[in-house]
Design a protein around this ligand. Structure first.
Ligand SMILES: *Cc1c(COP(=O)(O)O)cnc(C)c1O
Length: 403
């Protein structure tokens, strides 16, 4: 037997770059850590023994802790067990998946829908299934990371257009469209780190003019916007137009999973070609049942949506007033928002971290969002339907105590 090769003379290993890379993150104030919440989701959460007012949740309607969703999930576990046991095309398909997909299609007013194990996987699988090396993807520069990853995975040529800028989109289509076979325009409907909305009707008009498909990511629109809670597409009056609608079950719907809704042919195609659906275990029965129960609540209780819009408008107004009148807040800039996501832009990563920590000491949990997630640092506040006016009072008091 040959002896093991001697270790290299220096003490270095092939993993040393990890420590160096982490150091770089720390120095740039980009390093991030998890923080465990000990109890249930809601407007008040407990972290490290401290009770905090929660302005960092995507649980817009307060459904993640709704007893009806929990009961539906528990019943599904009794009926189907905890796991789906296989991919959907083999042994992982249950009647609860079918009911959920039909409910999503009914909400979205499309032929059909397909549920993935997460929104991230829905974007990854859909974009990479639809597009290939001879195709062009034209993407809003602020799109969610999962859309960008899907584009990269597809092998298509990817060009960005300036955020929500219709002239820039037209320019990119004029410059590039003709050199490619198929074209897909992709955009978030509600931008996750800004809270503003895309110019959807104009995008659809351009798509028609340039023989392009459109995919819209409704992660933050579903359950939140539109007369029936179907999302931003409904709010814009674009429900009937040819369109690929993607969204998540994990935000306003309080569960886990993602979906794509659209024509029967689109969904049939994805069931055959989307790798992140074909080669992964089906969504758990509990998650599917909770999402199905959430859709019923969205339909039956429009008052939650109204309360959410009221709270968001209230927060925006209070922040604008505070920025205009409190000298210490004058350097903050509120970004345009048409959703429950309200952001205050701050000059750099160190400042936003400091702001987040001081809010934390005052009992407020809010996200200090920094590069590389976003181009500019910001405090990202999200409101929920279950926030009360007194909660907003407490947030504003904490902000106004700054000097
Ligand atoms: C959260 C989010 C996703 C991913 O959804 P998950 O279900 O959390 O994986 C996709 N797109 C946008 C815009 C999001 O905000």
């Amino acid at each position: 037997m040959r002896s093991q090769p001697a270790p290299p003379a220096s003490e270095t290993t092939a993993y040393d770059w990890l420590a160096q890379s982490l150091n770089t993150l720390h120095r740039a104030h980009w390093h991030r850590q998890v923080q465990p919440i000990t109890g249930s989701a809601g407007p008040i959460v407990e972290i490290a023994g401290q009770s905090l007012l929660n302005f960092a949740s995507n649980d817009y309607l307060g459904l993640a802790s709704d007893p009806r969703l929990a009961a539906a999930a528990a019943q599904a576990i009794k009926t189907y067990g905890t796991g789906s046991t296989g991919s959907r095309l083999l042994s992982g398909h249950r009647t609860i998946h079918q009911e959920l997909e039909q409910a999503i299609a009914a909400l979205k007013r499309t032929d059909d829908a397909i549920v993935f194990s997460s929104g991230y996987l829905a974007n990854l699988g859909t974009v990479s299934a639809l597009m290939g090396a001879r195709d062009l993807i034209v993407s809003d520069q602020y799109n969610h990371a999962s859309l960008k990853s899907g584009a990269r995975l597809s092998g298509a040529t990817l060009v960005d257009y300036a955020h929500s800028d219709v002239a820039s989109l037209r320019q990119q289509l004029q410059t590039h469209r003709r050199q490619y076979r198929r074209c897909l325009i992709v955009t978030d409907s509600v931008f996750s780190m800004d809270g503003d909305c895309c110019p959807l009707p104009e995008i659809l008009d351009l798509a028609a003019a340039f023989d392009s498909m459109v995919m819209v990511d409704e992660a933050h629109g579903t359950g939140v916007l539109g007369a029936t809670g179907a999302g931003f597409v409904e709010q814009c009056g674009c429900s009937g137009r040819p369109l690929i609608q993607m969204g998540t079950l994990s935000k306003a719907l309080g569960s886990l999973g993602g979906y794509v809704a659209g024509s029967a042919q689109l969904i049939d195609f994805l069931r055959n070609r989307a790798p992140s659906w074909v080669y992964t275990t089906g969504l758990s029965p509990a998650a599917a049942a909770a999402a199905l129960a959430a859709i019923a609540v969205v339909k039956a209780e429009p008052s939650r949506r109204q309360q959410l819009q009221h709270n968001a408008a209230d927060l925006r107004q209070r922040l604008d007033r505070a920025i205009a009148t409190v000298p210490a807040l004058r350097s903050l800039q509120r970004l345009p928002s048409a959703s429950p996501i309200v952001c205050l832009q701050v000059k750099d990563a160190a400042t936003v971290l400091n702001l987040g920590q001081r809010l934390r000491l005052a009992g407020i949990f809010a996200a200090a969002v920094r590069p590389p997630t976003v181009p500019t640092s910001r405090l990202r506040l999200t409101v929920m339907a279950t926030h009360q006016s007194a909660h907003l009072d407490q947030l504003m008091a904490a902000l106004m105590a700054f000097d």
